[in-house]
Design a protein around this ligand. Structure first.
Ligand code: CAA
Length: 380
């Protein structure tokens, strides 16, 4: 693995860092408190090309690589995890599969507006009874002439309320179990498609997490993404890429909390000296920065393999597992370094602590990542 970033990678990283520092960081606490979706800054992310980083320019994207994507995503998450999840879902879970499995006509209609940031996309796989057991899909799509008629509910859909396009997975042939699942793109405004509720959450509060309902929702066959019965493979291969993004988000969350801990350790005095001069605090900071770098390297390895067109399922799961657990530990320690001040809202580390938790849950829990890794190791 090449540890030297190319000029383009450094440029995109620096651009994302500058944008996040100037425009996202100042509003992060407020939008978290108000659980307010940041329309203006998300729009600007689109203008900067951050919402379709790895999509070719021909389809409205930036034409960069996955390494650029994870570097930029880390920078955004360092300022605000809510912006990061919007970016991650748009890039990994919507643009990527539409680019990979879509026809040119589908790319023109469903990808270009989203990759260019004029609209947002979401990924509707999870259902009330299909979380970790993703194959247990109850949403049905019935063939009717040239159309499909969708009926069912999708739960915990990130960007579900804001997205103009949803990639929806539905059972088209129940007899074939997971080989009877098919993917569809459904546009907002389609009759029978509605958002029934949004969740009040512990973290990533400025992003929206919605329940989508499909009631006799009719879409033409031209909205089917990939062959009939390919939906589950599309979902799982998409999640491989998504997990690299969530690993980057976790690294960014941890890095943001760590930076605050370092600054506080320099300024806060106890027993007559800055607390950073106490060995117990030094050890915590040393462990934190080492763990962050470890997770960052695992993330870059998975991204590099993906860019090289090599298998990366195991590496993506390892990166996400390690980064998510690391983010929880580092943000916990960042609160600890702040003592009582870490427990109150003024110092912001409590937001990082709350935001970190979701990285060990969505796009496959840490337990599911272990299952994926173990299966790869054992060849099962
Ligand atoms: N890529 C492509 N195909 C894959 C694959 C992959 N990484 N992994 C497995 N497959 C294929 C298999 O080859 C198999 O194909 P055949 O039937 O043709 O042989 C098929 O998929 C089924 O594979 P498994 O038998 O391994 O499937 P399983 O039912 O045992 O499930 C699992 C495996 C790992 C548990 C999977 O269900 C999983 O990842 N669960 C977690 C779901 C998840 O991550 N949900 C996230 C929701 S989205 C989200 O969170 C977004 C957000 O909010 C930000």
């Amino acid at each position: 693995m090449n540890l030297h970033l190319t000029d383009e990678q450094q440029m995109i990283q620096a651009m994302a860092r500058e944008f996040a520092g100037q425009h996202i960081k100042p509003i992060a606490a407020e939008i978290d408190r108000d659980a307010r979706f940041p329309h203006e800054t998300v729009k600007r992310m689109g203008e900067l090309g951050l919402l379709g980083i790895a999509v070719p320019e021909q389809w409205g994207g930036s034409g960069a690589d996955t390494v650029c994507y994870v570097l930029a995503l880390e920078e955004i998450a360092r300022a605000c995890a809510s912006h990061a999840v919007v970016m991650s879902v748009n890039n990994s879970l919507y643009c990527e599969p539409v680019l990979k499995y879509g026809t040119d006509a589908q790319r023109r209609r469903f990808l270009t507006p989203v990759a260019s940031g004029h609209a947002l996309g979401c990924f509707a796989l999870t259902e009330p009874e299909a979380g970790s057991d993703a194959r247990n899909q109850h949403t049905l799509a019935r063939r009717d002439g040239d159309d499909w008629v969708l009926t069912g509910r999708k739960l915990f859909i990130s960007t579900g309320r804001e997205a103009s396009f949803a990639l929806v997975f539905a059972q088209t042939d129940q007899a074939k179990a997971h080989r009877g699942i098919t993917a569809f793109v459904v546009e907002k405004g389609t009759r029978g498609f509605s958002v029934s509720r949004t969740e009040d959450k512990l973290g990533i509060r400025a992003s929206d997490t919605a329940e989508l309902v499909f009631e006799e929702c009719r879409v033409p066959d031209a909205h089917r993404l990939g062959p009939e019965g390919m939906g589950f493979k599309i979902a799982l291969s998409t999640l491989d890429g998504g997990r690299v993004g969530i690993a980057a988000q976790a690294v960014g969350i941890a890095a943001g909390a760590y930076e605050r801990a370092v600054a506080y350790a320099r300024e806060r005095k106890a027993f007559g000296v800055p607390i950073g001069e106490h060995q117990m605090v030094q050890w915590m900071l040393a462990d934190m920065t080492t763990a962050i770098d470890g997770a960052r390297l695992l993330t870059l390895r998975a991204a590099t393999l993906k860019d090289a067109g090599r298998p990366f399922t195991r590496e993506a799961a390892m990166a996400k597992l390690f980064a998510a657990e690391m983010a929880m530990k580092v943000t916990t320690d960042a609160v600890q370094v702040h003592g009582g001040y870490g427990f109150i809202k003024d110092y912001e580390v409590e937001r990082y602590f709350r935001d970190a938790k979701i990285t060990a849950i969505y796009e496959g829990t840490s337990q599911i990542q272990k299952l994926v890794i173990a299966r790869e190791v054992l060849g099962a």
